[in-house]
Design a protein around this ligand. Structure first.
Ligand code: ARG
Length: 412
């Protein structure tokens, strides 16, 4: 039995009650550890008071904002991380950071187990626990919502019975998770993939129908694969993502409706809002087309897909990620330049892109008098390029025979 448990504490209903439940059922000290991802002092203070009132020995705040931006979000942006073609992985990239912070906290307070609020049916339990195992092998992981599942009503009932402090309950039927990069929405009417979800599900994006009739545009500058400025104004990654997200969201950009293949084998209907992710990655891909070679462009999707699947599947700390990231980073060194996009009623479109490292050369591409492409050289190129096919098809009888030309002597 563990003696001192560090709980990944969000201050929400489940983990507020879990503080008490862990103490009761394990007879252990409980440290409630809250990740500070910029949610504001007031909500952190309230969460702390609740944890202590419900029986926590300690309440610790783990600063995580910088680390999230630099060590988790930045590599994911470089990798154009998207799962199954649509989900920008916001929730998924937060989990290995939770694992890391839990391990740090357990070592700091001298604990011997960690706990989290995930259920036994989702991806998050895997991501957190696989992360913990990678960073501190042998550390015990407790998941009360997996070992002793309770419905929302049962949790509220438990809180009442034990006179626990819980946050003010919102009427929402949705289960949500959010961080700077995006918002995940599950439960309620999202569970029926046959129908669109209610407008209430969305908090970060205006419905495209209600979005402004006038488009917004912005120029995003990238350096080595990361966005560094908007409309010429330099910003830290965190602020830039928040700023782009506001404008894109107001224009209805970033709503995603997906039936997703979870790690535990089930398909689930998921709704996401990721206005900044959709806009930033759209712009960056346009810049990559300008700055990466044809062969780099062909290699990139393989690495990106492996990166994304591994993030989704809880393999952030797997050794292969070092190799994948090295490959991606080597290419991203050249992704520098500015992309102007237009945001309009749910769509993001391209207005232009420039780069000091552009591989697009006007004198080679133009059909005008500026053209300096060596047209004649193409003749020899085609000869050699076609040679293997020409040879094989002739040998295999696939090529037509050359017509015999009979030259008749002219009558006098
Ligand atoms: N399906 C998404 C994922 O696996 C989002 C999960 C949302 N998590 C949550 N606890 N509500 O990454």
């Amino acid at each position: 039995m563990p003696k001192h448990i560090v709980l990944a504490y969000s201050g929400g209903l489940d983990t507020s009650v879990m503080v008490h439940w862990l103490k009761q059922n394990h007879g252990a000290k409980v440290t409630a550890a809250l990740l500070d991802l910029g949610q504001g002092k007031e909500s952190i203070d309230d969460a702390g008071k609740r944890a202590l009132a419900n029986g926590a020995t300690n309440f610790v705040v783990l600063p995580a904002k910088e680390e999230f931006a630099n060590d988790f979000l930045a590599p994911s942006i470089r990798a154009n991380a998207i799962y199954e073609g649509v989900y920008p992985l916001a929730t998924a990239i937060g989990r290995p950071l939770i694992a890391k912070k839990l391990v740090e906290a357990v070592q700091k307070v001298g604990g011997d187990a960690v706990a989290h609020g995930c259920t036994g049916k989702g991806n998050d339990q895997v991501r957190i626990e696989a992360g913990v195992k990678a960073l501190l092998p042998g550390l015990e992981c407790l998941a009360p919502q997996r070992s002793h599942p309770m419905t929302r009503d049962a949790v509220v009932e438990y809180a009442k019975k034990n006179k626990l402090q819980i946050p003010q309950l919102k009427r929402s039927t949705y289960s949500t998770d959010e961080n700077l990069w995006g918002r995940s929405i599950e439960g309620g009417d999202t569970e029926d993939p046959a129908h669109a979800v209610h407008e209430d599900a969305y908090l970060w994006t205006t419905s495209p129908q209600k979005a402004p009739d006038k488009p917004s545009s912005m120029s995003i500058t990238f350096e080595a694969g990361l966005p560094v400025a908007v409309d010429g104004k330099k910003m830290a990654l965190w602020d830039l993502v928040a700023y782009v997200g506001k404008i894109a969201g107001a224009n209805g950009v970033g709503r995603i409706d997906h039936v997703e293949n979870r790690l535990v084998g089930i398909k689930s209907r998921e709704i996401y809002e990721a206005p900044a992710a959709v806009t930033v990655l759209f712009a960056k891909k346009a810049l990559e087309a300008l700055t990466l070679t044809k062969e780099e462009m062909k290699l990139k999707p393989f690495l990106e897909q492996k990166f994304s699947e591994n993030v989704y599947d809880g393999l952030w700390y797997a050794p292969v990620m070092t190799a994948i990231r090295a490959g991606i980073d080597a290419m991203q060194q050249h992704v520098t330049g500015t992309v102007t996009v237009q945001l309009y009623k749910g769509n993001v479109s391209l207005l232009g892109r420039t780069s000091p490292l552009s591989l697009f050369k006007d004198n080679l591409a133009t059909y005008s008098v500026r053209d300096s492409f060596n047209h004649g050289a193409s003749e020899g190129f085609i000869q050699i390029w076609s040679l293997p096919t020409e040879t094989a098809n002739a040998v295999r009888g696939k090529a037509a025979k050359k017509p015999l030309v009979t030259v008749k002597a002219k009558a006098k």
